[in-house]
Design a protein around this ligand. Structure first.
Ligand code: NAG
Ligand code: NAG
Ligand code: NAG
Ligand code: NAG
Length: 428
């Protein structure tokens, strides 16, 4: 009898749960304050193209080439998002926008805030694989006046309010998007969220964003998806760089948690423009590198610092730190000839020969060590074996997504902490 009662209770509660779930999904727009979170899958940019290894590396590299030529001449800007250029090293999130909902793939970017997609009527747009969003065909689009106090810094307009709409031009250092700032209903895995502010982009710098249909800012500012959802945290597990077919889950809201033991945490530096981390030093195996403590410090003028970014592929390090890493690798790899490759340090392997194994590189964050196996800092390009990092001059250093592969990473926005642990993401 008891077991039956228990079973009945269980069934009842399951039914209740299902009803609750259906209500949640159905009434999601009305209960935004209790946003329970979404899971969505990230795909790799370029997964629909037939690219070989060299091309894959090259596309992701173009951005870093641009960065190199620009970094030394540009004065550091405190508020500008991380530079974005065309590449297939990025992870795409599928968003559904408007009514009827239209899906589009957008670069998931923790290094900037604005959410945007290309819009009709397009003045200067790049090719995209999906239909362009057309505000005149959606019943849920809303306009933002140019004198909107919320977005005063971003909005301009040619007419006096209330006649004018908010037009914007958002720059990424080497790329930009321009159009009107609108509001729309977004749908994530059946969860509908009304009134998300986004950029309806009618022109952009075509060179930089191909392979996507826009960008989803996951940064710390008020315009980011995270801030607009009021999400207290989000997490992702990025699959291996060369595995362009598998998807990487992204969790936003309370559903974002790291399983099991072995999780490490470090606080974000108290600067709301980016997810700055306090990096104290780097070691390779038991070799502590001689890196000045000032190398990764965020200066009072906004230059320097070390950030984590899902929208950058290869980690770039302040020049002195980069030199020390390069020197350490050179001292560990003795019997291979160096050669010119897509990166600054490359070794020539004989055909079919596997690379030697190297010890883990450890990033010593304040209170947490992040271990990078050699597959997270060396990269195979045909018969070339290269250090998959670049030098950033004296500007901001960036932890790129190549170095984040096969890790669970949790951005605890409410508590200003980054937590991480290793995971074989391809197997999950
Ligand atoms: C503002 O946007 C609305 C809706 O798209 C449009 O009807 C109106 O003409 C726009 N105003 C101006 C001044 O462009
Ligand atoms: C947006 O700003 C960039 C960088 O300042 C500029 O090159 C571009 O022409 C601007 N676009 C528009 C449409 O004004
Ligand atoms: C939508 O959001 C904007 C900006 O946050 C706000 O001003 C506006 O009142 C909201 N509209 C609705 C219908 O909730
Ligand atoms: C990749 O394709 C390019 C042509 O786009 C070719 O030149 C190169 O040799 C190929 N590399 C490999 C490793 O197959």
């Amino acid at each position: 009898m008891q077991t039956i009662t228990k079973k009945n209770k269980l069934i009842l509660s399951k039914k209740k749960m299902r009803t609750l779930l259906i209500m949640l999904i159905f009434f999601a727009p009305l209960i935004l304050s209790t946003f329970t979170g979404v899971r969505t899958d990230l795909t790799r940019a370029g997964s629909n193209q037939k690219l070989n290894t060299t091309e894959l590396i090259h596309h992701a590299m173009i951005r870093d080439k641009f960065r190199h030529t620009n970094l030394y001449s540009n004065s550091p800007s405190i508020t500008s998002p991380v530079r974005k250029d065309s590449s297939f090293g990025e992870y795409l999130m599928t968003l559904s926008i408007g009514t009827p909902a239209l899906k589009y793939p957008a670069i998931a970017d923790t290094g900037s805030d604005l959410i945007w997609t290309q819009c009709q009527p397009c003045k200067s747009c790049f090719e995209q694989s999906t239909t362009f969003y057309d505000p005149s065909k959606s019943s849920t689009v809303g306009i933002i006046p140019c004198n909107s106090h919320t977005y005063l810094n971003l909005c301009t307009g040619n007419y006096p309010p209330p006649l004018c709409n908010c037009t914007y031009n958002y720059t990424y250092g080497t790329g930009w998007t321009s159009g009107t700032l609108d509001t729309e209903k977004f749908t994530f895995n059946q969860v509908q969220i009304p009134n998300i502010t986004f950029g309806c982009s009618t022109s952009s710098d075509k060179r930089y964003f191909s392979g996507s249909s826009g960008l989803v800012g996951l940064g710390r500012g008020p315009l980011s998806l995270i801030s607009q959802l009021g999400a207290t945290k989000f997490s992702y597990r990025l699959t291996s760089f060369f595995d362009i077919k598998s998807t990487s889950p992204l969790f936003i809201g309370p559903v974002a948690t790291l399983p099991g033991n072995g999780m490490k945490s470090t606080s974000f530096v108290n600067n709301r423009n980016h997810y700055y981390l306090s990096l104290k030093g780097i070691s390779i195996g038991n070799m502590a590198l001689l890196i000045p403590s000032s190398s990764f410090a965020l200066k009072s003028d906004g230059s320097g610092g070390f950030i984590i970014d899902s929208g950058t592929t290869y980690t770039s390090l302040q020049i002195e730190a980069y030199r020390q890493v390069r020197k350490a690798i050179s001292s560990l790899v003795k019997n291979l000839p160096t050669t010119v490759g897509q990166f600054d340090l490359c070794y020539q392997l004989q055909s079919g020969m596997p690379p030697p194994s190297l010890p883990n590189m450890v990033l010593h964050f304040n209170g947490a060590d992040m271990e990078l196996p050699d597959s997270n800092y060396m990269i195979m390009d045909g018969n070339l074996w290269c250090l998959a990092m670049t030098a950033s001059g004296n500007l901001m250093s960036i932890l790129g997504n190549y170095q984040q592969q096969n890790k669970h990473i949790l951005y605890d926005v409410a508590n200003e902490m980054l937590s991480f642990m290793s995971a074989l993401c391809d197997k999950l």
